[in-house]
Design a protein around this ligand. Structure first.
Ligand SMILES: *Cc1c(COP(=O)(O)O)cnc(C)c1O
Length: 227
């Protein structure tokens, strides 16, 4: 990766962001490229496998890159939660997708050494089978309430996450529909839980522009940065 190219891509993305946050998805990238992005001022990175995140976080720690914020964005299995919460500089989990997972996160909270762990509840708005996430808003709300009631002080309900539909002929319209559904789910969640200011994590390389238009607070972009 050539540093000036990476710089250019990060700059042009950031120019589009407004107050939204860019999570640079580093899952395809070798550690040298990720560290280069960090040196260029990018602090938020997303990984979708616990083992890969462990390795990258360890490499960052070794290099003294200590202001990194790691976002876990992938499908999470309960038996990996303990390992995940131990990872230094873990900042958030975007993919809380079942009651079972919420229970496990509560059980393992003691492993987390940071001040606060931001949790996004993932809703499967496209209803594509291979996507994880809660199938219905009701199930998601039930798990959010469970966390609110039983979770310790470090576990913060930070927002909702979704992935736009990819298999549609008109993917732009389909993505907009998914993002609109997530916005509606946020309204309901805020009302039901008595919360305000829940954030929206939505939009990837192919559909982040639409996500921004729909009010994304976090976009998760990988290939458009690190191709
Ligand atoms: C890989 C991934 C992304 C980034 O995808 P790109 O198309 O490379 O931008 C975003 N969100 C999730 C959940 C991912 O797994």
């Amino acid at each position: 990766m050539i540093k000036t190219d990476l710089d250019q891509r990060l700059r042009s993305l950031k120019a589009e962001l407004g107050s939204s946050i860019l999570v640079a998805v580093s899952k395809y990238s070798p550690i040298d490229d990720v560290a280069m992005a960090y040196e260029l001022g990018q602090m938020d990175f997303g990984e979708n496998r616990v083992q890969d995140l462990e390795e990258k976080a360890a490499a960052f720690a070794t290099r003294g890159l200590k202001d990194v914020r790691w976002h876990f964005i992938g499908n999470l299995q309960s038996n990996k939660v303990k390992e995940l919460l131990k990872i230094p500089n873990l900042w958030s989990i975007h993919s809380v997708s079942s009651k079972k997972l919420v229970e496990e996160i509560i059980k393992r909270e003691g492993e987390f050494k940071g001040e606060e762990l931001k949790l996004f509840f993932q809703l499967n708005t496209s209803h594509e089978d291979e996507k994880s996430g809660f199938d219905t808003v009701e199930e998601m709300l039930e798990s959010m309430l469970f966390l609110k009631k039983h979770g310790g002080p470090k576990l913060v309900i930070h927002g909702l996450m979704t992935m736009g539909s990819v298999r549609s002929e008109d993917f732009e319209a389909a993505a907009l529909k998914c993002f609109g559904d997530l916005k509606n789910a946020r309204e309901l969640a805020q009302k039901e839980l008595g919360l305000s200011d829940l954030k929206l994590s939505m939009g990837m390389s192919q559909d982040y522009k639409m996500a921004l238009r729909e009010g994304a607070d976090y976009i998760r972009v990988g290939s458009a940065i690190f191709k």
